[in-house]
Design a protein around this ligand. Structure first.
Ligand code: PDD
Length: 286
């Protein structure tokens, strides 16, 4: 019997159950999910799971893809189509399909996927008789921002907040008040003495390719770089601030949290880095 999945209004065989490549769940982890146990033909705690789904959707400002009532019918249908008596039902809602951009798309329709699968009802019961072993790991969900992972939901929310504040980027600040990086860019300042400062590329930031190339650009222009954390306070008093990324190259920052940087105009160091960038960056014929 083929397994059946529900995908955006259709019950499909697993073989044909696809979401779009530009679904925001796939590109940004911009979605939420629930898993319910199915035991002896009952969906367990469906009500509380749907309450939590409602909360998760509200937190992310994602609309219900179908009504709550319709979702309960779909979940039951998927369980029934798959003849699951004991197992689980999984549902996932994402913000939908849109051309890749961190901020919320204007007209995307939330995507809904529902799956169900059987499980051996005796498996966990047998385990319960022996118990299980655990290891400990440091809490680091998700500190490994040095990995260019698609787990970008915090970046999406930060950049959306920036947009709503009339800004183009958000800078993440650590618990010591030090700037980490932008939602999709690295952060830099230029001190009063004309020294470039950017945070060391440890686990706390993404080692931007543009950032790395800027080290070469700076050396060509005879500019000194200090790799060290800098505080928001220091950035506000800096001569210049700017961001770097593949899509923006170098963009001067003229205001942070509503306060102008220097005279509130793009700085000359940022602009000269921008101008010299393409002479230094590697160019592969497209
Ligand atoms: N983002 N930090 C973060 C969190 C980023 O997402 C990016 C790039 C950078 C800069 O890296 P690079 O110089 O290699 O582009 C730093 C890309 C542009 C994006 O997600 O659209």
């Amino acid at each position: 019997m083929p397994r059946i999945a529900y995908v955006n209004g259709r019950y499909l065989s697993h073989r044909d159950a696809f979401v779009h490549v530009e679904d925001r769940g796939y590109q940004f982890a911009d979605g939420v999910y629930e898993v319910c146990e199915v035991a002896r033909g009952y969906i367990v705690d469906m009500g509380p799971h749907l309450d939590r789904l409602d909360r998760s959707l509200k937190e992310l400002s994602i609309a219900w893809p179908v009504s709550r009532k319709a979702l309960t019918i779909i979940m039951r249908e998927v369980v029934r189509h798959n003849r699951v008596i004991d197992g689980l039902v999984y549902l996932q809602v994402t913000r939908g399909v849109a051309s890749r951009d961190f901020v919320f798309p204007a007209n995307a329709k939330p995507s809904l996927v529902v799956l169900a699968r059987k499980a051996d009802p005796g498996f966990q019961a047998r385990r319960a008789t022996t118990g299980i072993k655990v290891i400990t790991v440091p809490e680091n969900r998700w500190e490994r921002v040095d990995i260019k992972s698609v787990g970008l939901l915090p970046n999406v929310l930060a950049k959306q907040k920036a947009k709503e504040a009339g800004c183009q980027e958000a800078w993440f600040v650590d618990t010591d008040g030090m700037v980490k990086e932008g939602g999709s860019s690295n952060a830099w300042i230029v001190t009063r003495d004309g020294v470039l400062v950017t945070r060391p590329a440890d686990h706390g930031i993404l080692r931007g390719i543009t950032r790395t190339t800027l080290f070469k650009v700076a050396s060509r222009l005879g500019l000194k770089i200090e790799e060290r954390p800098f505080a928001v306070e220091e950035a506000m008093r800096a001569r210049e601030a700017f961001i770097s990324s593949a899509t923006t190259i170098v963009l001067p920052v003229v205001e942070i949290d509503g306060r102008p940087i220097a005279n509130g105009e793009p700085g000359s160091v940022a602009l000269s880095l921008r101008e010299a960038f393409f002479d230094v960056a590697e160019k592969s014929r497209a």
